[in-house]
Each structure stands twice: as structure tokens, then as C-alpha cells.
Design a binder for this molecule. Structure first.
Ligand code: OAD
Length: 235
């Protein structure tokens, strides 16, 4: 194995599961009783914005519950990022803020952020109000009917993709944590790393992309991630 300098970490819903946030597939394709297309697509928003506003207001409320806290896996990643030996980039598909609250400074949210909202006219991104709807005036243009969640919905382009592709081609160690490997383009990130890159999948079980990885750490992320991070820090 060559020297590890650049580490890329991709996280998914599994890393936040032990903090009390439901994963997508585990909810049986329904999010809090809603079909995914209803609450997570531009068409759903155009059809019935009230349901969409309400859905994200509830999810924001859930994230603010004092019982929802970053776990040992989030904290271990932050500890790794602080170590000057490695250049660590954290890309998450999660829209929660548990990586930040766990101590990570720079988090690439490729699917957006629950705690941000966007103006439909200026496209400016703002810190989200705890709750808002179509009648809430936008902080930048003061118009109503102008705010939407800063979330990547089905059919929309994830954020930071070009940057991610450039980074993956220079990665020495790729860690994929708690993601089902079902949603592209994140699922193909592992295949975009160089042949020399060490690739490790952290999950409770195998995934459709497991065969791309050299190693598998099976088990809850709060156990496997801190153990591996400590190994890296001891190198
Ligand atoms: P999924 O719900 O598809 O998958 C969660 C993965 O985490 C599964 O493979 C579980 O086996 C694993 N898992 C669950 N608990 C775990 C634990 N404690 N430790 C380790 N692994 C665990 O979530 P994602 O892969 O994140 O997109 O889903 C990807 C995208 O699909 C989401 O970002 C979302 C959704 O459509 C958008 O919203 C655009």
C-alpha cells in the first residue's frame, strides 16, 4: 500500500441512523407517510407546495430535537479531518447538520441542507427559518411564494459534482460510510478513484456496489468508523 495523503469520505443516511434519523430505504420508500415524488421532486412542489413545506418543517423540527445528536462516527471523522497528516474531504448525501455539529468544518453537502432555504428568484441561499411556507416573505426580495428548501430533489443535479470528480481522481483512500449504493452519481464515486486507491465500505450489510471495494467493515458505523480512524491516526 502506498502512502496515504488524500482521503475522500462519502457518507449516507446510515451514519446518522444511530443518532435517530431514519434512513431512506428503511422507511419502505415512504418518508413519514409520503411518497417520495410527492415531497422530493420539483413536480411534487409545483403540484402541492403546502405538503412539501410542511414535510421539511417537520424534518427540521425533528433535527432540532435535543435527543438527536452527532454520534461517535461523526466525531471520529471530525477528529481525522483535524489531523494535519491527512488531507480529508468529506462529501455527504445527508441533508442533516450532524457532521458540522460533530466538529467537521468543511462538509460538501451534495444533496443540499435541511437548515438552508433558497430564493426561487435570485437563487440566493439563506439560513432556513425553523418553519416557513408560501406566505413567508423571502429575506432577500421580500416576496411571498419565493422560498424553497435548499435540497436536491429527484430529477435535479447534485451540488459540487465537478469538484467531487476532480477530487476522486487524486484520492489515496476512499471511505464509503452508511450508503446503500443505489443512488447515482454518488454510487459510482468508488469506481472513479484510481486503481491504486484503497477503498473501504462501512455498512451493516453488502450493497450493490460492494464488489468495487477492497475491504468491507461490517457493523454499525459508531463502532467501525472510530476503530478505523484510530488505526489511521496511529500509522
Ligand atoms: P439509504 O437509506 O439508501 O441507505 C442507508 C444505508 O446505510 C444502507 O445501506 C444501510 O445498510 C446502511 N446503514 C443503516 N444503518 C447503519 C449503521 N448504523 N451503520 C452503518 N451502516 C448503516 O441512504 P443513502 O444511501 O444515504 O437522496 O441514500 C442515498 C440518497 O437516496 C439520499 O441522499 C437521498 C435518497 O434518495 C436525495 O434526497 C437526493
Amino acid at each position: 500500500m502506498g502512502k496515504i495523503a488524500n482521503i475522500t469520505i462519502l457518507t449516507g443516511a446510515g451514519i446518522s441512523a444511530e443518532s435517530g434519523i431514519k434512513t431512506f430505504r428503511d422507511a419502505g420508500g415512504l418518508w413519514e407517510g409520503h411518497a417520495v415524488e410527492e415531497v422530493a421532486s420539483p413536480e411534487g412542489f409545483a403540484r402541492n407546495p403546502d405538503i412539501v413545506y410542511e414535510f421539511y418543517n417537520l424534518r427540521r423540527g425533528h433535527l432540532a430535537d435535543p435527543n438527536i445528536q452527532p454520534n461517535e462516527a461523526h466525531k471520529a471523522i471530525a477528529k481525522l479531518q483535524e489531523n494535519p497528516k491527512y488531507n480529508v474531504t468529506l462529501i455527504t448525501q445527508n441533508v442533516d447538520n450532524l457532521h458540522e455539529r460533530g466538529g467537521s468544518q468543511d462538509v460538501w453537502h451534495m444533496h443540499g441542507e435541511l437548515m438552508k432555504m433558497r430564493c426561487l428568484f435570485s437563487h440566493k441561499v439563506h439560513d432556513s427559518f425553523p418553519t416557513y411556507d408560501a406566505s413567508t416573505p423571502c429575506p432577500c426580495c421580500q416576496r411571498t411564494n419565493s422560498l424553497r428548501p435548499h435540497i436536491v430533489w429527484f430529477g435535479e443535479m447534485p451540488f459540487l459534482l465537478d469538484e467531487a470528480f476532480a477530487l476522486l481522481s487524486k484520492t489515496d483512500l476512499f471511505m464509503s460510510i452508511g450508503t446503500s449504493g443505489l443512488v447515482y452519481p454518488a454510487a459510482q464515486f468508488v469506481a472513479m478513484t484510481p486503481e491504486t486507491c484503497r477503498k473501504i465500505e462501512f455498512n451493516l450489510a453488502g450493497t450493490p456496489v460492494s464488489h468495487h471495494f477492497d475491504e468491507k467493515k461490517e457493523g454499525p458505523a459508531t463502532m467501525t468508523v472510530p476503530t478505523f480512524v484510530n488505526e489511521l491516526l496511529a500509522l
